[in-house]
Design a binder for this molecule. Structure first.
Ligand SMILES: [Zn+2]
Length: 247
C-alpha cells in the first residue's frame, strides 16, 4: 500500500489480522483525502449494513471494557473521541476489517467484513490503540517503519487479538511463549498489509522495537488477556486518574 502515501498523506495502517484467516487493516487509498463524512445518525441513508455497523459500534462503545478504558484514556490525553466524527462505517476491499486514518483522525470500520459483535469490539479496540499512540506521541507512521511496528506490537498485544488464540494454544500445546509469538507474527502481517517491504525488513523492524513496545502496556497497565482483566485495568485507570487529580 505504499502507493497510498502520495495520494493521502500520512495515515497509518492499522491492522487486525484474524487468527484463523489473516486479514489486515490498511490505509484506504480510495477514501477522499479528508475521509468520507461519517455515515449514520439522522441523515443516514439507512443502508442496512451501515445501520447494523452503527448499532454494533454503539454497543461496543457502551459496553466493552477494553474500549471504555481506551476512550477514557483518550479523553484524559486531550483527544476525546466522538462517535459521529471519529468513526466511519464503510465497505472495504479484500478482507480488511478496519483501519486508522491519521490524516482524517478517523477509525474506518469495514462493515462488509466485520462479522459479529465480538469482531467489532476487537477491531475498535485495535484501532483505538493506534489512535491512542497517535494522540500521546508524535508517530511518524509513514517514514519510520519502527514507529508503525511499535504501534502494531502494542495493538496485537493489548487488544486481545492474541488472547483467544493464546487460550486455545495453551490448552492444546501448553506453549507459554505463544502469546509473544502471536504478537510478533500479527505485527509483521499488519505492517506488510500497508508497506511495500519484504517480510525480512518488517521482521527486523518488529525485532528492533519488540522488547520496549511489548512491555509498554499503557493505558492498560497490564496485558488484558480477557474482559475481566480489562475491567480491572479500567478500574485502576479511573483510580489512577483520581489520585493524580488530588495531587
Ligand atoms: Zn494495526
Amino acid at each position: 500500500m505504499a502507493g497510498a502515501r502520495g495520494e493521502r498523506g500520512p495515515g497509518p495502517a492499522a491492522g487486525e489480522p484474524q487468527p484463523q484467516q489473516p486479514d489486515a487493516c490498511r490505509v484506504f487509498p480510495e477514501r477522499p483525502a479528508q475521509g468520507k463524512p461519517p455515515q449514520g445518525g439522522l441523515l443516514s441513508r439507512f443502508f442496512p449494513s451501515d445501520q447494523k455497523c452503527q448499532l454494533m459500534l454503539l454497543k461496543t462503545l457502551e459496553t466493552n471494557p477494553y474500549v471504555k478504558l481506551l476512550l477514557d484514556a483518550m479523553e484524559h490525553s486531550g483527544c476525546a473521541v466522538n462517535r459521529e466524527r471519529h468513526f466511519s462505517c464503510e465497505d472495504c476491499s479484500g478482507n480488511v476489517s478496519g483501519g486508522f486514518d491519521a490524516s482524517a483522525s478517523q477509525i474506518v470500520l469495514c462493515q462488509n467484513n466485520i462479522r459479529n459483535q465480538a469482531h467489532m469490539s476487537r477491531v475498535v479496540t485495535h484501532e483505538l490503540i493506534h489512535a491512542f499512540d497517535h494522540c500521546r506521541a508524535h508517530v511518524d507512521w509513514f517514514t519510520n517503519v519502527r514507529h508503525l511496528a511499535c504501534s502494531e506490537v502494542r495493538a496485537a498485544n493489548l487488544s486481545g487479538d492474541c488472547s483467544l488464540v493464546n487460550e486455545i494454544f495453551r490448552l492444546h500445546f501448553g506453549l507459554k511463549q505463544h502469546h509473544q509469538t502471536c504478537v510478533r507474527d500479527r505485527a509483521i502481517l499488519s505492517i506488510l498489509a500497508v508497506r511495500n517491504i519484504s517480510k525480512e525488513v518488517a521482521r527486523k523492524a518488529v525485532d528492533e522495537v519488540f522488547e520496549s513496545c511489548f512491555n509498554d502496556h499503557e493505558p492498560f497497565g497490564r496485558i488484558p488477556h480477557n474482559k475481566t482483566y480489562a475491567r480491572y485495568a479500567h478500574r485502576d485507570f479511573q483510580n489512577r486518574d483520581r489520585y493524580y487529580s488530588n495531587i
